[in-house]
Structures are given as structure tokens and as C-alpha cells.
Design a protein around this ligand. Structure first.
Ligand code: HEM
Length: 450
């Protein structure tokens, strides 16, 4: 049984057809040969883009010479109204300074401190869930948003402002349902930005709400009454080089990205992993058995017992990397695999293709959580597994997500059984990898005899 994989397009299509397919979904717009190629070139009258799948080239761009391959400005074209000058969009010194302030909040010890808030979000998610056929992307979105609010601002999703931010984000995604084409490919200035006036309005409204939360927190910090959570930690961290902290405005930009990057991605990974567990009930039973360790109560140490859950979550991230592709721009002339790459060309790194690369992985499209113990799995983990990217620009929340994912997964399967229905999901790339028409599963409460 092979987990859902989107169809590939025919090898040769016209530029117009490609653009049309691309606008629908970037995954099915690609030819099957990208699962075998080390490098591919997209040539159009306006731009050249290069996808690189060769592990050594990916390392050059992400790990060894990231300054020569900054994030493309075009990514900002679609996201800037919402994210302003957030760490996700900046480059150079601004970005370095922002990471110096943000990174300490996500270090190992702090993760331990945020664990009780994650645990409470997991308990709330299981308490909300009821028997029946459910769309699980919705359930995991709500749960992941709850995790972010609780860990960042010590408020549950039921809080009035949290609720409003969550529903405005949904509206935002609906106004910008697909990856911005202009962000992905380098086009001339006149190329239409596929992005609608309503998107700007929703972004403004989200930022207004986040500003309220951030200003209130600043006041609590000044009064010495602020809770010890991620927001307080970030807002009180002094940059060791400049001696400055974030202003309220800068913090609003960062909160917007934490919310977006932190809940969309985790929700996608959790929903797909639940689908995989429904497809492979033996694994689900193994995880439910392992999850009995949670009965001892909220203690960070339990994470070391949830190993199968971690391996399954990892396999979910491999097959359905929430961020399917990343775009960088080359600053200098390069030669990659005898091809000349001019400054300004787009370099695309595709976790989606790298994670299923037929020349790298054993059983690339199959579900096999035991692979991480094999020589091939270990090798690929080092060379071809980048769900959180890699190098200095690696996801700030990677450690956070690797606690959140296995924990919530274990809590859910400890209490519920998930079964497939006749609806087979089709992966498509929206802001993250989602299913075309949702992921529908039959949910039923587990009894102690299960
Ligand atoms: C399964 C969950 C997650 C996945 C798969 C994921 C994946 C990624 C990836 C691939 C990037 C790099 C994007 C690029 O370079 O174009 C990234 C960046 C980022 N992520 Fe995550 N992420 C996850 C969860 C989180 C969480 C929970 C947070 C915060 C609470 C977070 C915050 C960020 C931030 C701030 C960046 C920008 C880092 C920078 O550019 O320096 N992510 N994430």
C-alpha cells in the first residue's frame, strides 16, 4: 500500500499550460523525472530557475554558502503585508540580529519550560474530539494554533483575541490559497502578483489583533507581572551585539511569523501523519501501546519514551514535508553540474522531491518508520532529509515541532482510533502541503481493551 502521491504532469507541456498547472498546484505541475534528477532547469522567455536535488549542491546553498544564496525578495511580495519585516523574510544583518534575539527562546532548556503548555493543548485537543467522520486538517489546525497561543502568550485558543486571530488567518489563507507564482519564479516587474486586495485587508486586521496582544504584554513586562512564556522571553532578550531588544512593532512582525510558520506547518504534518496511521493500523496500535507512558502525567522526560511516535512523525515529515519547496536567489555567477547559473537566477530546493528521490532512498514512496534505523535511512537523514531546512536559516521551531508533533500524535492515538474512509486525500501545495479536499477519517474512542 503506497501512501497518496500527486500525479505528475506529462514530460512536455507548453509554457502556458505549465503556468496554468503551476497556479493550480506546484506539486502536480512537475514531471516525474524530478524524482530521479540531480538538477533540473526551468527555462522560459522571462526567467531561469534551477531545482537542485543533489545533496552536495543543497549543502552548498543551505549550509556552506548561505550568504551567496539569500532568500528571494519575491517571497516577500505575497507575504509582506502580513509578516512585515519578520525573520522569515529578512536577509543580511537585520536577519542575523533578529535570530540572535529569537534563538535563545527556542533552546533546549526553554523547550522543557514550554512543555506543560503543549501538554495542556494536547489534553484540550483530545477533550474536544468526538466520535464520527471528521476532517482532521481542521482538528490539527485548531490544536496547533492552541499550542502556539499557549506557549507564546499563555492563552488558550478560546481567548477572544486568539479566536479572532485564528479565524482571520483562515480568511487570509482563503484569499491567497496558492503559493504566489511571482514569489516562486523570477519574472519581470510588470508580471501580475497573484494577490488580491482582500489579502491586504485581512493582513491588516490580523496585525491589529497581534499588536493588541504585544502591547498588553509590553505593559505587563514593564509592570513586572508578565508570565514566563516565549513572548516574554523574546521581548526581554537583549541582543548581545547591539544591546537592543525588539520594539513592539518588530515583535508584531515576529509574532505573525511564529503564528503562521508555527501552526500551519505542524497542523499539516500532524494531519498527514494521522492519515498514515489510519492506513497502517498496526503502527497505530504500536503507538497507542507506547503512549501508555503518558498516563504517568505531564513530565518532559516522557518524550524519551515516545520513540516510535517520533519515528512515525519523521516518516510523515518525509512523505509530506509541510514546506514542499524553498527558493533562494544566486548572488554570484555559479557553475552547478556544468551549468552556468547567472546572478539573480532562482535556485529551488525541494524537500518534496529530495525526500522521495529514487536514487537516494530505499522504498522512496513507501511508509516505513523503521527506515531510520537502517544504513540507508541514516545516510539519507544526513543527506536528503530537510523538512526544517538546514544551515543557519534552519527553522527556529524545529526542536519545538519535534516535541509537539510526537506528543500530540501520542495523546490522540492513546485516546482515539483513526480509520480511513472511502475518501483518499490528494496532496497539493497551498501555503503548506495540504489535501485537495481535506483529510477525512473515522474517529472512535479507544476503550481500555483496544
Ligand atoms: C512541523 C513543523 C514545522 C516545519 C516542517 C517547519 C519548516 C520550516 C522550514 C522548511 C523553514 C525554512 C523556510 C525557508 O528557508 O524558506 C522554516 C522557517 C521558520 N520556521 Fe518553521 N517549521 C515548523 C514549525 C515551526 C514552529 C513551531 C515555529 C515557531 C514556533 C517555526 C518558526 C519558523 C521561523 C521563525 C522560520 C524562519 C527562520 C529564518 O528564516 O531564519 N516553525 N520552518
Amino acid at each position: 500500500m503506497i501512501p497518496p502521491k500527486p500525479p505528475s504532469r506529462p514530460e512536455k507541456v507548453s509554457l502556458l499550460k505549465y503556468v496554468r498547472l503551476f497556479r493550480q498546484d506546484i506539486l502536480s505541475a512537475q514531471p516525474a523525472k524530478l524524482y530521479r534528477a540531480w538538477m533540473a532547469q526551468f527555462k522560459t522567455p522571462f526567467f531561469r530557475s534551477y531545482m537542485i536535488n543533489q545533496p552536495s549542491l543543497v549543502k552548498t546553498v543551505l549550509n556552506q554558502r548561505p550568504r551567496d544564496f539569500p532568500k528571494s525578495d519575491r517571497i516577500g511580495a505575497g507575504l509582506r503585508p502580513l509578516l512585515g519585516n519578520s525573520v522569515f523574510l529578512t536577509n543580511g544583518e537585520t536577519w542575523e540580529r533578529q535570530r540572535r534575539i529569537i534563538d535563545p527562546a527556542f533552546e533546549g532548556g526553554r523547550l522543557r519550560d514550554t512543555f506543560p503548555a503543549m501538554w495542556q493543548a494536547g489534553e484540550a485537543a483530545t477533550a474536544r474530539l468526538e466520535d464520527g467522520v471528521k476532517e482532521v486538517e481542521e482538528i490539527t489546525s485548531f490544536a496547533a494554533a492552541d499550542v502556539i497561543f499557549r506557549t507564546l502568550f499563555s492563552i488558550p485558543i478560546e481567548d477572544r483575541i486568539a479566536q479572532a486571530v485564528f479565524s482571520e488567518f483562515r480568511a487570509y489563507q482563503r484569499t491567497q490559497p496558492i503559493l504566489n507564482l511571482a514569489a516562486f519564479v523570477k519574472g519581470p516587474k510588470w508580471m501580475p502578483r497573484l494577490f488580491r486586495p482582500q489579502t491586504k485587508q485581512t493582513a491588516k486586521s490580523i496585525r491589529g489583533l497581534i499588536t493588541q496582544l504585544t502591547e498588553a504584554r509590553m505593559a505587563q513586562i514593564t509592570a513586572g507581572t508578565a508570565p514566563d512564556d516565549l513572548a516574554t522571553k523574546i521581548m526581554t532578550t537583549v541582543d548581545p551585539e547591539t544591546g537592543e531588544t525588539f520594539t513592539t512593532e518588530e515583535m508584531v512582525d515576529q509574532v505573525a511569523i511564529f503564528f503562521l510558520a508555527g501552526h500551519e506547518t505542524s497542523a499539516s504534518a500532524l494531519a498527514w501523519t494521522l492519515y498514515l496511521l489510519a492506513m497502517f493500523p498496526d503502527w497505530q496500535d504500536k503507538l497507542a501501546e507506547e503512549a501508555k507512558a503518558l498516563d504517568a502525567g505531564c513530565d518532559f522526560k516522557v518524550m524519551s519514551k515516545l520513540r516510535l511516535s517520533r519515528d512515525v512523525f519523521r516518516e510523515g515529515l518525509r512523505l509530506y514535508p509541510p514546506v514542499p519547496m524553498m527558493v533562494r536567489e544566486s548572488k554570484c555567477p555559479e557553475t552547478f553540474r556544468d551549468r552556468e547559473i547567472k546572478p539573480g537566477a532562482q535556485v529551488v530546493i525541494s524537500p518534496w522531491h529530495l525526500h522521495r528521490h529514487e536514487r537516494l532512498w530505499d522504498n522512496p514512496d513507501g511508509f516505513d518508520p523503521t527506515r531510520w534505523e537502517t544504513d540507508n535511512g541514516k545516510q539519507c537523514m544526513r543527506d536528503a532529509f530537510i523538512p526544517f531546512s538546514s544551515g543557519p536559516r534552519v527553522c527556529t521551531g524545529a526542536g519545538f515541532a519535534m516535541v509537539e508533533g510526537p506528543l500530540l500524535l501520542s495523546m490522540l492515538v492513546r485516546n482515539f482510533r483513526f480509520e480511513t474512509t472511502e475518501h483518499r486525500p490528494v496532496p497539493v501545495a497551498h501555503l503548506t502541503v495540504r489535501s485537495k479536499d481535506g483529510i477525512w477519517l473515522k474517529v472512535s474512542k479507544r476503550t481500555d481493551h483496544d
